[in-house]
Design a binder for this molecule. Structure first.
Ligand code: ACO
Length: 326
């Protein structure tokens, strides 16, 4: 079987920071509450000109540079996102146009916070089956598109950003196991109330326009997140024929530092083996793991030969995990 691995990584974070202290002035919250309940200290907010595709393009260009791959080698672009600029064209097509990857097929994947792992797993299969040779996998979110800045239950949690990798054939190691799953029955625990689009004519007549906003049952999600992430890690390790003691680094979705600690505890893995950067960025949905992996690699928390596990959980509900021999 063809071995597929990550040839380079990149990320892009908007410059604007929104701190917990800034949020104290916007809603009834406190730096202490946010830090102790979530681990978040600040998050990035995209500027007016930084649409999701702009974030995606910048992360993709960084990954291409890191991989030292010329753009004409890219024959597949997959973007994990739940916050595209618009329904169409896809973010992947916008990236293709911007970077000039003329030979590439391009499409988006919608799997909320598991979007990067769903995209990675999908692109890997395309390379393994011979339909593609070299793929750009991107996770980009402008999640603040649908944040209600008056709702303290959700507005303190999220941020914008993008991460990417170049995926191609490798001689040894690479992505050695994949696991993806969905629990559609729990879809009502987190969803976006969309902008009024079902009756556009009536909305236009009335002159009112409902902005989209996110609704979340945090407590229920917390429990399911811990169980499904721990289950996903166990399932993927079984596929990779590895014991949890053989993992060098876990890069989990960054929704809440207490979720990450509970997953570590459940798996019996020391927290030091888990990469956490939620303090700087909050929950960036699909982009969280892509950016965390980029930072883990660049800070040498992930080194050549390491067994790395990526694990995600998100709205849908959807979960996923991959094992990578770095
Ligand atoms: N500041 C101050 N108080 C707050 C805030 C805030 N920002 N938000 C909520 N509170 C209050 C609540 O109103 C509640 O008050 P009450 O007791 O008077 O009713 C109290 O704090 C406790 O609320 P809880 O919901 O019990 O707080 P909890 O400890 O569960 O933390 C949190 C809430 C952070 C949302 C947590 O439940 C969580 O992280 N859940 C999981 C989120 C998640 O994983 N989402 C899915 C992935 S994201 C994706 O797929 C895109």
């Amino acid at each position: 079987m063809t071995k597929v691995g990550i040839l380079g990584v990149g990320a892009y974070l908007p410059a604007r920071k929104l701190t917990n202290l800034d949020l104290e002035k916007m809603v009834d919250t406190s730096d202490e509450w946010i830090r102790s309940r979530t681990g978040i200290v600040e998050r990035r907010i995209a500027s007016e000109s930084e649409s999701t595709s702009v974030l995606a393009i910048k992360a993709a260009q960084a990954a291409l540079k890191d991989a030292k791959i010329s753009v004409d080698k890219i024959d597949l672009i997959v973007v994990g996102t739940i916050s595209p600029d618009s329904n169409f064209p896809s973010m992947a097509c916008k990236v293709q146009r911007a970077i000039g990857a003329k030979k590439a097929a391009a499409f988006d994947v919608s799997a909320a916070c598991s979007g990067y792992l769903y995209a990675l797993t999908t692109a890997k299969q395309y390379i393994q089956t011979g339909l593609a040779k070299c793929a750009l996998v991107i996770a980009a979110e402008r999640i603040t598109n649908f944040i209600n800045w008056k709702d303290r239950n959700t507005c303190v949690l999220f941020g914008d950003g993008a991460g990417a990798c170049v995926l191609g054939k490798v001689k040894s190691g690479g992505i050695t196991a994949d696991f993806i799953q969905a629990f559609g029955d729990h879809g009502d625990l987190m969803y976006v109330v969309p902008a009024e689009t079902r009756r556009p004519l009536e909305v236009e007549k009335s002159g009112t326009y409902q902005l989209p906003y996110v609704v979340m049952q945090g407590k229920e999600l917390f429990k399911i997140a811990v169980n499904s992430m721990a289950d996903a890690v166990e399932a993927v390790l079984k596929k990779a024929k590895l014991k949890s003691s053989q993992i060098d680094c876990i890069v989990p979705h960054q929704a809440n530092d207490r979720i990450i600690s509970a997953v570590a505890y459940k798996l019996g893995i020391p927290k030091e083996k888990i990469f956490v950067n939620i303090d700087k960025y909050g929950n960036m949905s699909a982009a969280s793991i892509a950016v965390a992996l980029y930072e883990a690699v660049k800070s040498k928390r992930v080194k050549k030969g390491d067994n790395v596990v990526l694990v995600a959980f998100g709205a849908g509900l959807v979960s996923g995990a991959n094992v990578i021999k770095w």
